[in-house]
Design a protein around this ligand. Structure first.
Ligand SMILES: [Zn+2]
Ligand SMILES: [Zn+2]
Length: 203
């Protein structure tokens, strides 16, 4: 079972999110971390983002709901990012289960609340109304295992984030009739998600 996706598409969808840290922990980042943040603030806004038209750096801090991560954006075929770092930050949503941010480029789950009277928190995303299915994070308290990964949170054409669905490792196994296994090294790796290593069971 293979999922063929052009390099072009992959190129566009790979966001490299790093150095996740909460606001308030900046003081603990150490001198190098501070220096890096300073330098990235001083570096010129090299690019004009193709979709939003704002000046931006390719790599830099992205903030939402009181948290900041470091993102390196993919470049399109013209060699520029599609969105600026500020717009990427505005596309972040909250996980309905832990209420932590889900940033662009991060893996997501699609779960339904166990209780009928579940109050959907603000800034979360309903993937499907019936049965109510919400976009959640892959954090320790929110997903049983990495096998729950159902997709990635990526920019949509309308400037808002959207679910980019990939088969979860479990779905790959079901699709194969339940025989075999899928090897996943990194559930946060979109390239690997689109090119699963499926080992069929010969028996
Ligand atoms: Zn922008
Ligand atoms: Zn969560």
């Amino acid at each position: 079972m293979t999922f063929l996706v052009g390099e072009d598409k992959l190129f566009k969808t790979v966001f490299d999110n790093q150095i996740a840290h909460r606001k308030g922990e900046v003081e603990e980042m150490g001198l190098l971390g501070m220096l890096f943040l300073k330098l990235s603030v001083l570096s010129p806004l090299r690019y004009t983002a193709a979709k939003c038209g704002h000046r931006t750096r390719r790599r830099g801090p992205v903030s939402a709901f009181g948290q900041t991560i470091e993102t390196k954006m993919p470049l399109n075929e013209k060699g520029v990012p599609e969105w600026c770092l500020d717009c990427i930050g505005k596309m972040a949503i909250k996980c309905p289960w832990c209420e932590q941010p889900i940033f662009i480029g991060e893996p997501i789950t699609l779960f339904s609340p166990a209780r009928d009277d579940f109050q959907v928190p603000e800034n979360t995303v309903v993937y499907r109304e019936e049965p109510l299915t919400l976009v959640g994070c892959l954090g320790v308290g929110c997903a049983d295992t990495g096998a729950d990964r159902a997709g990635f949170w990526l920019p949509g054409e309308d400037g808002r984030g959207q679910v980019f669905r990939v088969p979860s490792p479990l779905e790959m196994i079901f699709a194969s009739g339940g025989a075999g296994m899928v090897i996943v090294d990194d559930v946060g790796d979109i390239k690997e998600a689109l090119n699963p290593r499926f080992i069929p069971d010969d028996e």
